[in-house]
Write a protein that binds this ligand. Structure first.
Ligand code: TEU
Ligand code: CA
Length: 557
């Protein structure tokens, strides 16, 4: 959807078609929950195609689809049984081609979700691999002899907690599964595995797929010696403390960068180049930065430090500052607040407060970098409380109360009518609806003051304002220490020379300096009040509001 692709650029790197993702807004769709066109209560690819008008109207540039591959659904598509075909519950390869083509006519690119770290236990590759120690595909997976005491080969545990190894009694060896036992890890030391994924990349790139979100991108290569991980300490991330170990030898290995240099070389042979967007589930900013290489590895790497922060401005400002400092030339930040693995941000960060959710959306869509919206974010959609009896996610079931992924995976609310516009009235959706009356597309589309219209206006402002796409980020509330107390619970930052953003998540109004010259107007306000008003050398922002100021527009200019 990007109309004006000319950007002043930024000392941080090119933003033209060779790096189109730096100009883009990405929108994640969980296919099972977007729209059902055949009345089985499960979203499908024709359902996404049928709602492209919504995404074109909204103004997104690319869609990341969670897996559509053939899967027994032990982990709802993240256990793949065929990388080059579509799961019948979601449609056919022809449906996917139709979706990609229909999106392209709207200027929207499609990314698929690639799961290279592991396959389904039912993938023919694994069936062959486990058949015998002499199988031609034995070494496609991570097999190891029992330890001297007969137990697992080392101390690695599953990311989902519990053991990381499963004994295959028939062949007397353990196989590694970094996630569920139904998800055996592939062996990325094996050149045949590497060559097979080169083929898989080309299979989809040749069909016009614009790139991949790469599942568990930081873990695909493991230490060849299978060394024990060190214990976690109270200084480590809570997830590592929960697992009792730091994933030193089964994540972020030096050789993982060979994989992405190899894939980027393939991606760059296409015009435009294909995007590699990594799920780099790391909590160290230098580790995150390393996945960009020298603009020869991932094009974008998800920032989970931001996502797992609480919505406290000092925390978020610090994470943004650290990221801006670490992602130097040729690395480009990506920001997101929600996905299919975590509570939705309006609940997790904003406790269901719509005004705070709108402030968070202003932040997401005005930081320097590529924003990724999760389906429903455009409505400020909160979590859905899913009763135990209706849970579908094995991780949510196993760790109820600690991890709740189903709450963020419920059907997209298109209308308030029975079936929610997601499926036929009277059909039970695969996960229950939330409160259709309080958040749905139709009602918000009809209300110019809705969150949906706010998001659309922000995306339009990004498209029309080069400084919002590529302008440098400068934190004002830290710089203007003379007025530091003026900032209170507000965060102010400049983008380039012509844009200033002020968020006030406190309760008291603040009056802060305007730092972008004259002729300044309020281009967007989170509550839409005062838009178009000119401002002088200071601006008052009430608590629970955010404003985007643009210079060189108002009468003073
Ligand atoms: O997630 C990897 C991952 O680390 C997260 O699963 C997270 O640690 C977990 O959800 C607990 O919060 C990717 C996919 O996004 C996830 O849906 C899959 O279940 C997982 O990989 C295995 O493929
Ligand atoms: Ca369906």
């Amino acid at each position: 959807m990007v109309t004006d692709t000319h950007d002043p650029g930024d000392e941080r790197g090119r933003t033209d078609e060779s790096h189109w993702w730096r100009n883009a807004v990405v929108y994640q769709i969980y296919p099972r929950s977007y729209a059902d066109t055949n009345g089985d209560g499960v979203g499908d690819l024709p359902g996404i195609t049928a709602h492209l008008d919504h995404l074109e109207w909204l103004g997104v540039d690319a869609i990341w689809c969670s897996p559509v591959s053939v899967s027994p659904n032990a982990d709802w598509g993240y256990d793949v049984a065929d990388y080059c075909d579509v799961d019948p519950a979601l449609g056919t390869l022809a449906d996917l081609d139709a979706f990609v083509a229909a999106a392209a006519t709207r200027g929207i690119r499609v990314l698929l979700d690639l799961v290279p770290n592991h396959t389904s236990i039912q993938h023919p590759w694994f069936v062959e691999s486990r058949a015998s120690r002499e199988s031609a595909k034995r070494d496609w997976y991570v097999w190891a002899d029992p330890a001297a005491d007969g137990g697992p080969p080392n101390n690695w545990v599953s990311t989902f907690l519990g053991p990381g190894w499963e004994l295959d009694a028939a062949t007397g060896q353990y196989f590694l599964h970094s996630f569920l036992p139904e998800q055996p890890d592939l062996n990325w030391w094996n050149e045949e595995v590497c060559a097979e994924f080169d083929r898989i990349l080309r299979f989809w790139f040749d069909r016009g797929v614009a790139g991949f979100r790469i599942d568990v991108a930081h873990m695909v290569v493991k230490d060849a010696l299978l060394r024990d991980n060190p214990s976690a300490t109270e200084r480590d991330h809570w997830m590592e403390q929960l697992r009792g170990q730091v994933q030193e030898f089964n994540s972020c290995r030096p050789e993982v960068h060979d994989v992405y240099r190899r894939w980027r070389a393939i991606a760059n042979t296409y015009d435009p180049p294909r995007l590699l967007l990594g799920e780099t589930h790391v909590f160290d900013v230098d580790a995150l930065a390393s996945f960009y290489g020298h603009d020869d590895e991932l094009g974008l790497a998800f920032n989970f430090m931001f996502m797992h922060d609480e919505f406290a401005l000092d925390r978020l400002r610090a994470t943004v500052a650290e990221t801006e400092a670490a992602l130097v030339a040729d690395a480009w930040p990506v920001w997101t607040m929600s996905n299919h693995d975590i509570s939705r941000f309006p609940t997790r960060w904003c406790n269901g407060d719509d005004a705070r959710a709108r402030c968070a959306l202003v932040l997401l869509l005005t930081l320097r970098g590529t924003p990724v919206l999760y389906y429903g974010d455009e409505l400020g959609l909160p979590d859905t409380v899913v009763p135990d009896a209706l849970l579908r996610d094995p991780v949510t079931i196993a760790y109820r109360g600690m991890i709740d992924r189903d709450a963020a995976r419920t059907p997209m609310p298109w209308t308030a009518a029975p079936g929610g516009g997601f499926t036929d009235p009277g059909v039970d959706p695969w996960l229950p609806f939330g409160d259709l009356a309080t958040h749905n597309v139709a009602d918000q589309r009809a209300d110019p003051g809705s969150t949906l219209h706010l998001v659309r206006a922000l995306l339009a402002l990004r498209r029309s304002t080069p400084d919002l796409r590529a302008g440098a980020y400068a934190d004002l509330s830290a710089d203007l220490s003379a007025e530091a107390d003026a900032w209170g619970d507000a965060w102010g930052f400049r983008r380039g020379d012509h844009v200033q953003v002020v968020l006030n998540v406190g309760t008291e109004a603040v009056t802060v300096p305007v730092a972008i010259g004259d002729g300044v107007v309020i281009a967007i306000a989170s509550d839409r009040v005062g838009e178009g008003d000119t401002v002088g050398d200071s601006v008052e922002v009430e608590g629970g509001r955010a404003v985007v100021l643009v210079a060189g527009v108002g009468p003073a200019h």
